[in-house]
Design a protein around this ligand. Sequence first.
Ligand SMILES: Cc1cc2nc3c(=O)[nH]c(=O)nc-3n(C[C@H](O)[C@H](O)[C@H](O)COP(=O)(O)OP(=O)(O)OC[C@H]3O[C@@H](n4cnc5c(N)ncnc54)[C@H](O)[C@@H]3O)c2cc1C
Length: 403
Amino acid sequence: MSASKQVAVIGAGPAGLMAAEVVSATGVAVTVYERMPSVGRKLLMAGRGGLNLTHSEDYARFVTRYGDANPRLRHALDAFPPSALVAWADGLGQQTFVGSSGRVFPKAMKTSPLLRAWLARLDRQGVKIRTRSEWLGWDGDALRIRCAEGREDRVFADAVVLALGGASWPRLGSNGAWAAVLQSRGVDVAKLQPANCGFTIAWSESFQRFAGNPLKNIALGFEGQTSRGDAVIARYGIEGGAVYALSAQLRDAIAGNGCAVLSIDLRPNLSPAELVRKLSQPQGSQSLTNYLRKAVHLSPPEINLLREVHGASLGRDASALPQQIKSLKLTLTAPQSLDRAISTAGGVSFASLDENLMLKSMPGVFVAGEMLDWEAPTGGYLLQACFATGVAAAKGALNWLGK
Ligand SMILES: Cc1cc2nc3c(=O)[nH]c(=O)nc-3n(C[C@H](O)[C@H](O)[C@H](O)COP(=O)(O)OP(=O)(O)OC[C@H]3O[C@@H](n4cnc5c(N)ncnc54)[C@H](O)[C@@H]3O)c2cc1C
């Protein structure tokens, strides 16, 4: 393929850098434009608590995590499944391991060694990265790029990969400003909404002092869906992995009904009968707090959560206690704002794209990553789809150039 062909990739997150790698590996010249002073800021942030690259569960189960978008993402995921991502990381000297929950992490846990090795590879492949270069849209066929000096350049490319991310955590670079640009060009963009986010609860002032405390090994239930794991009490409400897993359903229910009632089982590992047995000893002269702490090992935040929800009725009738512990009802009134969410739902609709992730209305322009209209829970599913669609958009661009 001719080395004189030029591909512009907009956005230096995992999707854009992956597209740059795949295209440049064929000898095609690639320039990546990134609005921030450095690349991969969200990817680096993702590595703060351990970079969860993908998930090791059975692939048939894995793809169901993308819900309605599963059939649309399938082509990209099948071509670059979790095993390919693990092999890719390995190729960068970043061996992975499977955590107890089935999540896959690099052994180094952090992003920086992987990103360093990746950037070195991209450099060897001749990829040019222009930071402080913000894409503003098009002027005719030219890309409008605002440079650090405030100058606006006109850039021509034979193919373009847009990988601008969603709209969460805008201080890391992806701010969703692209949505208006694409809509003005007739591209259908589903509303950008918070995904994997916390929810507002009208806690009493006294309960807010438990903000920051975890609720460990709980089970959450909403409309027949359950999620096990940890949540965290926040001043504004509740957040954490177990909540994020249900966040799409909760968010949509709140949009429809104004609120959603989340059910919490504080002791999912104890059957109702076991709980009844453990609580069969009379409370005697012990305070209720001491009694619950000793009998079922409830922590102070858990006991205060029970008080917050059940009020004075907590413990008045000992026979009601097991049910009160296993079925706490919390009324959620709003999702956290998009800029605090882990990821973004909505984005460029798949109906606007052909099977190569090319915009039907803009031949030669491809889209990858979180800016596409899909969502998934945390657990490695987000990065997996970003990398896989980066590969797919790059292959689409190469096909296009091959024409
Ligand atoms: C705190 C946190 C932890 C996370 N942890 C995990 C995890 O462990 N596992 C997981 O799977 N996912 C995780 N995620 C999600 C994951 O990081 C994202 O889904 C992923 O980074 C999205 O990749 P992307 O390439 O599509 O977009 P981004 O990573 O957002 O990259 C897009 C890039 O485009 C640039 N850009 C935007 N607009 C312009 C413009 N106009 N011109 C030029 N450049 C532009 C941005 O500055 C940015 O660098 C986490 C997210 C957060 C916030």
